[in-house]
Design a protein around this ligand. Sequence first.
Ligand SMILES: [Cu+2]
Length: 405
Amino acid sequence: MMTRLIYTILALSIGFASIGQTIHQLIGRNTGSKLLFDGNTIRTFGFAQAFGENPPIPGPTLTFTENDSISLDFWNISQGAPHTIHLHGLDVNQANDGVPHLSFEVHHNEHGYYRFRAPHPGTYLYHCHVVSSIHVQAGMYGLIVVKPADTSMTWTDGYEYQSDVNLMFSEMDTIWHHDSVLLHDYDTSMSHHMIPIPIYTPQHFLINGLSEQQLVDKVEIHGQANSSIYVRMANIGYLANRITFPAAVNAKIIDSDGRPLPTPEVSDVLEIYPGERYGVLLDPGQEYIGTASVEFINLNTGQVDNQQVLDVNIEGFYGVEDPNRKPLRLVPNPANTEVQIYVSPKLIGEQSTIELMNISGSIVISHNRRLVEANSVNLGQLPAGVYTLLLNTESGAFSQRLIIL
Ligand SMILES: [Cu+2]
């Protein structure tokens, strides 16, 4: 199972794959570093994909196709503790499950293969299982996504979706990243419960490894109006997460822990406990710009210790070349004191309501108007910002984002 190899033949083993089998290479390292939102850098452990790469946190998302035969070629280049890959939720056999003493450990400068068949489509986790309280906190975790053969579906005979977003929630306590704690990364006597570990008091609350202003433009829920967005979520932290979606995206919880829910639940709010995974389908009916909230709940106190905010950006009719599919166009956009609403020929002559909504959802302008080709709207002295123009006609309701400078 485990082979001691020297680096000189390493190159021969990289990139090898036979038909029907996928080989992913992962490299366990305990010499990573991570930049936090406050500008501080801490030491981390993690999973990299290339030798010499600073391991990202989370580790790389492993994407498999249902029923594929997978080999994870796992190298330990850590100068220290052994590592494993535990495949959380995947129902692999014990020998390939990465639990030390039941499976195998990969020591420094060694590698081993985890072999398994990708199970039911869904969202799963992987993490190191050596002194897992420390190694997971140190950063040794990542997401596994198993897709059906038809990747436009959540699973065979499931839901069709047009775009997807993966969100992994975790926390970090910088004290646990001091060498004094990380030194306890391995204890052959199995007495690691004796190691005095400081009480876990995270200061950093992470979505895909980022928090606060690091999230801006990096992690967001993004999609198109009138299309479905599949959001996969996993909690690898020690706190619970409460996610609140805006009502405008019509969130529906469709799967949990890698299995479809027998009865999908329409709900804007979802709580995810440590180790759990959920799939949520969003079906925004119109353009929307707003936020989703992620609260981190302390399971000892029940209190919300922190809240992070994710941008939700649902685009309208941008980039649609067919003029018949573009019912309205705003010129200029960004605008200053006035905007022209150009409507498609089939809307001309229809009775309409033109409304302008600010980012808090308040209607700041409302007109009733019989539509002509170019409909002028005076913007007055509205404050600069992002607005949504809503056009209600006899043929239907349309919206478009308008930026006022
Ligand atoms: Cu480890």
